[in-house]
Design a protein around this ligand. Structure first.
Ligand code: IPE
Ligand code: IPE
Ligand code: MG
Length: 247
């Protein structure tokens, strides 16, 4: 029996989010510069997106560049921004072929102009695709997002568009950059690090977390299947007790 056949299609996560980590170490192990790892990470993105779409996953969010990643050496930041444009150009076909819509979350205005324009063009071009949405988190961090949302709501209160009593979890979520995207059921992090690194802190309140030692450029379809199988073995209780879930 193949790994894929062990997946129960009826209880698939609707949304999987991934912290794609380990590109630098992958390159270093091969005696190459870090950028080589980032370039090879693109294959893993393609494989994962295809596997997710084939299974029937509706949302795949990929943490590609964090707010804190701006603090890396200038050379690496520039190379990553260049790679973003190159990858969008090259992989737009994969998106069309697989009927995948591209979305992005984060402080997108902080991206270099050509990266921003390229991204927006790809988002527009794929806006009618409806098999799966691939969400790129770019210049994203959760604390940035939460502060940003707070500012938006504060402005609306100040201009009397909403009253303080209207503010609840649903309203707050509706002003996050993920407002049109359901919370992920499953969060995967590669590279053997056990941390969240400022990713989707609000949205993962009840997500199942899955960690693998695989470095991101080595991540393949089978690795995604393994994570989903692991997820499907878990009991999600949302604060209740087992008997309530299984009644
Ligand atoms: C993840 O790989 C990609 C980005 C953060 C852009 P890293 O570049 O963090 O690789 P490691 O963690 O240093 O190996
Ligand atoms: C998290 O990886 C960000 C992305 C994968 C884009 P990092 O490599 O930046 O995280 P830390 O610094 O190890 O926590
Ligand atoms: Mg890293």
């Amino acid at each position: 029996m193949e790994l894929k056949d062990k997946i129960d299609i009826k209880t698939l996560p609707n949304h999987i989010a991934i912290i794609m980590d380990g590109n630098g170490r992958w390159a270093k192990k091969r005696g190459k510069i870090r950028i080589f790892g980032h370039k090879n990470g693109v294959t893993a993105v393609r494989e994962t997106a295809e596997a997710a779409a084939e299974l029937g996953i509706k949302y795949l969010t990929l943490y590609a560049f964090s707010t804190e990643n701006w603090n890396r050496p200038k050379y690496e930041v520039n190379a990553l921004m260049h790679l973003l444009v190159q990858t969008i150009n090259k992989e737009i076909k994969t998106l069309h072929d697989n009927n995948i819509r591209l979305l992005a979350i984060g402080n997108l205005k902080s991206l270099p102009k050509n990266s921003y324009n390229e991204l927006m063009e790809a988002i527009n071009e794929t806006s009618r695709h409806d098999r799966m949405a691939m969400v790129l988190a770019l210049s994203y961090s959760s604390r940035w997002e939460i502060v940003n949302t707070t500012k938006i709501i504060a402005e609306k209160v100040k201009s009397n568009n909403i009253s303080i009593d209207d503010i609840d979890q649903n309203m707050f979520s509706s002003f996050l950059t993920t407002s049109s995207i359901p919370d992920p059921e499953l969060l995967i992090r590669t590279s053997g690090e056990y941390r969240i690194s400022n990713f989707l802190l609000w949205q993962i309140a009840y997500s199942e977390l899955y960690f693998t030692d695989k470095l991101w450029p080595d991540f393949r379809k089978e690795d995604l299947y393994e994570a989903i199988i692991d997820y499907q073995r878990r009991e999600r209780r949302f604060g209740m007790i087992s008997e309530q879930i299984n009644k």
